[in-house]
Design a binder for this molecule. Structure first.
Ligand code: KIV
Length: 277
């Protein structure tokens, strides 16, 4: 059991003011959540990236609110000492602020997660403001927003021109003004990450946004080397769990075909007289 103290909503502002760095990773199941809970990482995102990583689909669009809820629930159970963010899937918040509030309420009430994240800058600011007024702790997500990857021509860096950088900074201001507790900033040049972080009073949770942001975000399956299919430039692999798992499975297979496993150590060795059948 971890003795880590769970981060709270007021801690977001406090950490920013104190210049304290922190980490945000993904989890989509009980076991992974409990492993993150044992680590020092402060935040778990149950991201719609699960549509790729857990469900094997292309991109993040397609997963539903009910599916997200099914994945968030075991994560909440597995990580009682970690702040948990539920990601709103495409289609669940872009119809109207009322629909967004309804879906976010459902996600919060059915899962007991701690905050809700959605993608979009200026265009989503009014929705975020309404959600905050409804009492929902909100996190924005700007820069490269994967749900709109098709309109960017794929998973591409954003803010790479002066106009693009201005748009990212304006989006950040809009999210801050709307009352979000933090914003995810994805796939922008490091100078843009630094400028956004300097400009706003809420923490910037950077993924591919360089070193000068308040928090680093990575997908757990990427940073631990579990997901083999897609490796963006900003992913550092801190472990090779995929290879460790393949090695473990092959060791099991080899001992099985060699007749070594299970042996007496892993068998019930009670003597029983077997009747004639
Ligand atoms: O869904 C997700 O995993 C995300 C992160 C990439 C921030 O939104």
């Amino acid at each position: 059991m971890s003795d880590k103290k769970k981060m709270t909503v007021p801690d977001f502002k406090k950490f920013k003011q104190e210049g304290r760095k922190f980490c945000h990773v993904t989890a989509y199941d009980y076991t992974t959540a409990s492993i993150v809970d044992d680590s020092e990482c402060e935040i778990i995102l149950v991201g719609d990236s699960l549509n790729m990583i857990m469900l094997g689909n292309q991109g993040t669009v397609g997963v539903t609110v009910d599916q997200m809820i099914q994945f968030i629930k075991p994560v909440v159970k597995g990580a009682p000492n970690t702040f948990i963010v539920g990601d709103m899937p495409f289609g669940s918040y872009n119809v109207s602020p009322e629909k967004a509030i309804e879906n976010a309420n459902k996600m919060l009430m059915e899962t007991n997660c701690d905050a809700i994240k959605l993608e979009g800058g200026i265009e989503m600011a009014e929705t975020i403001e309404r959600m905050v007024k409804a009492g929902i702790p909100m996190i924005g997500h700007i820069g490269m927003t994967p749900q709109s990857a098709a309109s960017f021509g794929g998973f591409r860096m954003q803010g790479g021109t002066p106009e693009g950088a201005k748009k990212v900074i304006e989006d950040a201001f809009a999210i801050e003004k709307a009352g979000a507790i933090a914003l995810v900033l994805e796939c922008v040049p490091s100078v843009v990450g630094a400028a956004v972080s300097k400009a706003v009073s809420i923490p910037v949770l950077g993924i591919g946004a360089g070193p000068d942001v308040d928090c680093q975000v990575l997908v757990t399956q990427d940073l631990l080397g579990m997901y083999g299919e897609f490796k963006p430039k900003f992913v550092k692999q801190f472990a090779n769990i995929r290879q460790a798992m393949v090695d473990g499975l092959n060791a099991f297979h080899q001992e099985t075909i060699d007749g070594i496993f299970p042996g007496t150590e892993y068998s019930f060795n009670k003597k029983v007289e077997i009747p004639e059948i």
